[in-house]
Design a protein around this ligand. Structure first.
Ligand code: CAO
Length: 245
């Protein structure tokens, strides 16, 4: 590779130097390794979450006393378990010993979620998501996100994830290509849900559509399997009763 260009920027105009935060240095090195070493592909899809959003609002109304805001991300974490169970190679890691490569398929579901903090990106982990309801997940997520923003996460709060969700939906955007959080093999990116006209039974109807961007390690997952994974997730999000199947 060519050496990194190091021009004298001050020659072109006024500049300031700002050191990178500790978190940015650590996450930057990890992101760089993952970007370079993992052959990423991103599969895009859209889920109709009109009914899910109604359910979320009703849940928030009925669980007011518990003082927890049930977020869309809490539902997404819970719903993604159905897809991870159906396609276990997404809940796995690659290991190598000499020439031998193995896939370690995990029988636990610890899910990371990307959290933006003033110091940079961190990924707290919620353990055993399949055993928890959305209200419990929302509470744990809110506590972990608060610790993350206060810079109080413990190393163990960020270890052991088997799959990660990165949601930029509260901010905006239509799609993005998330970088896999190694040694995981896939990450689900979520963008902003918007009302769209959807053609159904001969007419356009307004539906709330959620954009999904699933990046996966192509050494482990084939494109067809990734398309089946997002298709299944889209079906689950459109009809959460499928979580029970
Ligand atoms: N579509 C539309 N609206 C959405 C949405 C989506 N996909 N996701 C959230 N929203 C809305 C919510 O409804 C909420 O609106 P109200 O304030 O009117 O209720 C608002 O956005 C905030 O959402 P929220 O409280 O549910 O929080 P969140 O789940 O979006 O985010 C957390 C929580 C911790 C993920 C967030 O604080 C964060 O850090 N996001 C950034 C993650 C990130 O940086 N990812 C990129 C990593 S790669 O660099």
């Amino acid at each position: 590779l060519l050496p990194w260009p190091q021009p004298d920027f001050a020659k072109f105009g006024p500049v300031e130097f700002k050191p990178l935060s500790r978190i940015k240095k650590i996450s930057g090195a990890n992101l760089h390794r993952n970007w370079v070493m993992i052959p990423h592909v991103t599969q895009f899809d859209e889920a109709d979450i009109t009914e899910l959003e109604t359910l979320r609002k009703e849940t928030n109304e009925s669980s007011k006393e518990e003082g927890v805001k049930v977020t869309l991300l809490a539902f997404l974490l819970r719903a993604s378990i159905a897809a991870l169970k159906k396609f276990p190679e997404f809940n796995a890691s690659l290991t190598s010993e000499g020439d031998e490569m193995n896939l370690v398929v995990k029988n636990y579901y610890h899910l990371g979620f990307a959290a933006d903090t003033p110091h940079g990106l961190v990924v707290p982990v919620i353990r055993d998501v399949e055993k928890k309801g959305v209200i419990a997940i929302a509470k744990e997520m809110s506590d972990l996100a608060a610790s993350a923003r206060a810079g109080k996460l413990k190393p163990t709060d960020m270890q052991g994830a088997s799959f990660t969700i990165s949601s930029l939906g509260g901010i905006g955007g239509t799609a993005f290509t998330p970088i896999i959080n190694a040694p995981e093999v896939a990450i689900l990116g979520v963008s902003r849900a918007v009302m769209k006209p959807v053609y159904r039974d001969g007419e356009f109807v307004p539906r709330l559509m959620l954009p999904l961007s699933l990046s996966y390690d192509h050494r482990v997952i084939d494109g067809a399997t990734a398309a089946r994974f997002t298709t299944h997730l889209v079906e689950v999000l459109a009809d959460l009763r499928r979580v029970l199947l």
